[in-house]
Design a protein around this ligand. Structure first.
Ligand code: SF4
Length: 354
């Protein structure tokens, strides 16, 4: 069953795999690594333009390591999960400082880089150096769970161990790069999460899920995704063409990105009535102002949270004293990295508010 699996997969890759991606087949570990980091939690179509931008702006790890943090964060804008960006920059600097600018070439050393776990290290080590390490991403979990009929939850410790051992046992000698790429592509284009192409699948003759009609039940996951709703009311306070912003430093979403004066409410409110709330009064205490406008609600969907934001534009009648916020000329706002929802607001000229 295992031999059939590996042989069919490699044959499929050679004869039918038409999935093209700019990083496929390249051996530069730096570019492979960039593609892996960009694609974590991101769809290929969404990640592709970012990969192009990053490799053009920073063709080598030295270029990335020397780049100003703010510039890199701005380029990352829209990809979400900013910890990935922060770790990516830290790892680039680590390669320059600790590995003399040479990308490490063993699975063990690659794992010492910031933000790289065993599976990403396996992908880089196998694609760049053909090291014998099996990749285990969402696509691989799904293909293995269905073909072998495994019901152990893929997000459990036992499941991770079981799938890792199975994946490793399937790896053909000296062909880890092409095999890993094949199984990932196969999961993306044939054994897809919804409506897999079982009738055209070269594995169907021995696929347990197909034969036992379990395709829709596999893979099994234990944790249900709980999505929390959050309500952000942003005060966009202007005084003499300067606007007040701050960098988010808390251990929360959007760390290291900038924002206007935030009032978070436990539930939705009528933004016209925000002035009546204590949180607003505390912030605007002693600052005379006039209201210029209120935006409609903007929505940003994150994996675990839905963020609803509204922007309240105020003009201060005297220079505000606000701890933790800095005054930035309105024309320079675009040199700061903001979460997508704020960028959407700033770019939406049709509102006529900003
Ligand atoms: S037969 Fe269907 S479920 Fe089984 S491996 Fe092929 S596509 Fe996946």
């Amino acid at each position: 069953m295992k031999k059939f699996f590996t042989e069919q997969l490699l044959a499929w890759n050679q004869e039918q795999n038409t999935r093209t991606m700019p990083w496929k087949g390249i051996k530069d570990p730096y570019k492979i690594w960039l593609s892996e980091i960009i694609l974590q939690q991101t769809r290929v179509e969404q990640g592709l333009p970012y990969y192009e931008q990053f490799t053009t702006a920073y063709p080598t790890v030295q270029h990335l390591a020397a780049a100003p943090e703010e510039e890199v964060f701005r380029m990352w804008q829209g990809l979400g999960y900013y910890a990935r960006c922060k770790n990516m920059l830290a790892a680039a600097r680590q390669i320059v400082d600790t590995f003399q600018g040479q990308y490490p070439d063993t699975h063990e050393q690659i794992q010492t880089l910031k933000g790289i776990g065993p599976y990403t290290a396996a992908a880089i080590a196998s694609f760049a150096f053909n090291s014998p390490h099996a990749v285990l991403d969402g696509n691989v979990f799904r293909v293995l769970a269905r073909y072998f009929g495994i019901h152990t939850p893929v997000d459990s410790t036992a499941g991770k161990k079981e799938f890792a051992a199975l994946a490793q046992s399937l790896l053909p000698a000296n062909q880890s790069a092409v095999y890993n790429q094949s199984i990932m592509d196969f999961g993306a284009v044939v054994c897809k999460p919804q409506q897999p192409a079982c009738l055209q699948c070269p594995l169907s003759a021995k696929c347990v899920a197909f034969k036992q009609q379990l395709v829709a039940q596999l893979p099994v996951k234990t944790k249900k995704l709980v999505i929390k709703k959050r309500y952000f009311y942003y005060i966009v306070l202007e005084y003499k063409d300067q606007v007040y912003i701050r960098k988010r430093t808390e251990n929360d979403i959007w760390q290291n990105l900038h924002e206007f004066i935030l009032i978070e409410m436990p539930g939705p409110i009528n933004a016209n009535e925000l002035e009546a709330y204590t949180a607003f009064k505390e912030v605007m205490h002693n600052i005379p102002y006039t209201v210029q406008g209120i935006s409609p609600a903007f929505k940003q969907q994150l994996t675990h949270q839905t963020i609803y934001s509204q922007f309240i534009l105020l003009t201060a009648a005297k220079a505000p004293e606000l701890a933790h916020y800095m005054a930035v000329p309105r024309a320079r706002l675009n040199s700061y990295a903001f979460p997508k929802t704020i960028t959407d607001f700033l770019q939406n000229k049709s509102l006529g508010l900003f």
